[in-house]
Design a protein around this ligand. Structure first.
Ligand code: ZN
Length: 140
């Protein structure tokens, strides 16, 4: 009877582990498709020019632009650089790719954690000594 329960428990964990493996492989394939990545963020801004009598100095709506500004952190400092419209579009895409990649890594981390728990549960069922050690440790 006890052996039957053990076997059923083990099968359940192995089934779970199989699901985690499938999820993990699926995420890995998605990572393979991610294009270039970039750090930082792009902001759209409107600027005043150097000519003092230009209308851009009078009202915000007359400011020139849009211009795109890339901001990122380097050694703890914020760095800014202007981008052409075309490059700004690329950066939008690359920053988006980076966020997707970060989310995928986070997901892989969670799946790995679940898998590790499953693997140690299976190991404990396989090796009663491990379980005995753990329970005796708990009861103290
Ligand atoms: Zn102006």
């Amino acid at each position: 009877m006890k052996l039957k329960v053990k076997k059923a428990k083990k099968e359940l964990f192995q089934q779970k582990l199989g699901t985690y493996l499938k999820d993990y492989e699926k995420t890995k394939k998605l990572i393979y498709e991610v294009g270039f990545i970039a750090e930082g963020s792009v902001v759209k801004c409107y600027m005043r020019c150097g000519k003092k009598n230009c209308r851009c100095h009078k009202k915000k709506q007359y400011r020139h632009g849009p211009y795109y500004q890339l901001t990122w952190k380097e050694k703890g400092k914020t760095v800014t650089r202007y981008l052409s419209n075309e490059i700004a579009q690329l950066y939008h895409e690359w920053i988006d790719n980076r966020q997707k990649l970060t989310a995928m890594i986070k997901k892989m981390n969670t799946i790995s954690l679940n898998a590790r728990e499953c693997i140690s549960a299976i190991k404990m069922i396989n090796d009663p000594l491990l379980k005995a050690k753990k329970t005796s440790y708990k009861s103290q």
